[in-house]
Design a protein around this ligand. Structure first.
Ligand code: FES
Length: 128
């Protein structure tokens, strides 16, 4: 993983197919945070991997971040579902609360973290 100014290369864009995700360890606002990066309907998104309901990772009980339909992110602890595009909870519990988004882009065939709050990026797991 390399850094160019405040941009951190995550991986080549074609390493992350629709519905796949990978995890990164970030230094985010000077704190260690896990981040999920995924592709949904062709676009890439990144969020801090912490449910709005309780401080649990979305994949804490199962090694997946999407629900069965593939249309929503789903926390495996109690089942809150989120819009992938906004990180907003669409469940009755915590309705409207949002996962913390991390800025990223896809450029020149690469996925890059561009969030100014991030000072280091380390891969945790490959796309799956
Ligand atoms: S901890 Fe995620 S739904 Fe409860």
């Amino acid at each position: 993983m390399t850094s160019r100014e405040t941009r951190f290369v995550v991986c080549p864009g074609d390493h992350l197919a629709n519905g796949q995700h990978l995890k990164l360890q970030l230094l985010f606002e000077a704190l260690r945070e896990e981040c999920i990066v995924f592709r949904f309907e062709g676009k890439v998104y990144a969020y801090i991997n912490r449910c709005v309901h309780m401080p649990r990772k979305l994949d804490c009980e199962k090694d997946q971040i999407f629900d069965k339909s593939g249309r929503f992110l789903r926390c495996s602890m109690h089942g809150i579902v989120y819009q992938p595009e906004t990180g907003a909870s669409v469940s009755t519990i915590c309705e409207g609360e949002r996962l913390r988004a991390v800025a990223l882009c896809e450029e020149g065939g690469e996925i890059l973290i561009t969030d100014f709050r991030v000072s280091s990026v380390t891969p945790v797991c490959e796309a799956g």
